[in-house]
Design a protein around this ligand. Structure first.
Ligand code: ADP
Ligand code: AMP
Length: 227
């Protein structure tokens, strides 16, 4: 890999609990930085819709708010990162979620001469997370994310961007939401220290309005990413 391509690479890992605002921010960042948003949750949901074998397996975990096993998750994300649109960089959302996934990601990137540039950690208190997940609506067509109180669409049930139908995710039930947050604390929070020790972590106050979080994220990426 030439030094020019390396210097332009932007490999960004968005870290934060379910409901922290990773998907919301990744949609903005994708447009701003011109690199794709890769969400492991979205990849699983595509597989659910298409009723693939992977989708059938993933559903059993997703419906309970548990993590899909590392092996299949890593293989799915690896395949996505191998596509040409990821060659210059990527905004990862929801992956890695375990130390094993983080190690696998380092290996996947190293094969192409890349490494993670920055890991913004969007920090939000537990009680705020539940209120966010409970009011989340997502566009079936383009994936834009809304909140019935904090970020409502102009017309109820319709996406401002594309006019698509808004839906509530099947795993946004109160019981599954609580379990996902517990699983995050047990299995994903070790990644905070993992990336802090490597000097990659930048904490972002995720309880600010969406536009403020966006500005802080862009500043962190511009200051720390290889851009
Ligand atoms: P994640 O991808 O981290 O699970 P989302 O981006 O789906 O989180 O956001 C969860 C919910 O919180 C959505 O309904 C979204 O509209 C809302 N939300 C995101 N960021 C903020 C914010 N800064 N303030 C208020 N609500 C927010
Ligand atoms: P998300 O869209 O990130 O909220 O993820 C929804 C669900 O997909 C999670 O509750 C998990 O069941 C599954 N999932 C998404 N990403 C991962 C991952 N990196 N590892 C394991 N399971 C995942």
């Amino acid at each position: 890999m030439g030094s020019e391509a390396q210097s332009k690479a932007k490999f960004i890992v968005l870290l934060g609990a379910p409901g922290a605002g990773k998907g919301t921010q990744a949609t903005y960042l994708e447009e701003e930085l011109g690199i794709p948003h890769v969400s492991s949750g979205d990849l699983f949901r595509e597989n659910l819709r298409e009723e693939t074998e992977l989708g059938k397996l993933a559903r059993t975990y997703m419906d309970r708010g548990e993590l899909v096993p590392d092996e299949v998750t890593i293989a799915m994300v690896k395949e996505r990162l191998a596509r040409p649109d990821c060659a210059e960089g990527v905004i990862l959302d929801g992956f890695p979620r375990t130390i094993a996934q983080a190690q696998a990601l380092d290996g996947i990137l190293a094969e192409k001469g890349h490494k993670i540039g920055v890991v913004p950690y969007i920090k939000v208190a537990d009680e705020v997370l539940l209120a966010r997940l409970a009011g989340r609506w997502t566009c079936r067509q383009c994936g834009a994310i809304y909140h019935q109180l904090f970020s409502p669409p102009k017309v109820a049930g319709r996406c401002d961007e594309c006019g698509g139908e808004l839906y509530q995710r099947a795993d946004d039930t109160p019981e599954t939401q609580r379990r996902r947050i517990e699983v995050y604390f047990q299995q994903t929070t070790p990644l905070i220290e993992h990336y802090r020790e490597r000097g990659l972590l930048v904490e972002i106050d995720g309880e600010q309005p969406i536009e403020r979080v966006r500005a802080d994220l862009l500043a962190a990426i511009r200051a720390n990413g290889r851009s």
